[in-house]
Design a protein around this ligand. Structure first.
Ligand SMILES: [Zn+2]
Length: 87
């Protein structure tokens, strides 16, 4: 009586890692960027620049995103109008 029952549960099933169900869609990266941006903004608001690595990332991202809005630094500062010399 050779009861050869292999009910151990260690069946080596072939793991089909080759068939990826989803391709890398670009929307995922955009969502990640939005989430990161919201996270960084939220941190900056809550911590008000505590100086950690997250704050450093926030500053870098902000400078990059606001680059087109930043005024050129080579612009000469407008001279304050001379105050009328009231006697
Ligand atoms: Zn911080």
């Amino acid at each position: 009586m050779a009861a050869h029952a292999e009910l151990d549960g260690t069946k080596t099933t072939p793991h089909n890692a080759v068939s990826l169900p989803r391709v890398s869609e670009p929307a995922d990266e955009n969502d990640v960027m939005r989430e990161q941006l919201e996270y960084l903004i939220g941190h900056a608001i809550e911590q008000s620049s505590c100086g950690c690595s997250t704050c450093q990332r926030y500053l870098r991202v902000r400078s990059a995103l606001l680059e087109i809005f930043s005024e050129p630094e080579t612009q000469p500062a407008p001279r304050p109008t001379a105050l009328p010399m009231a006697a």
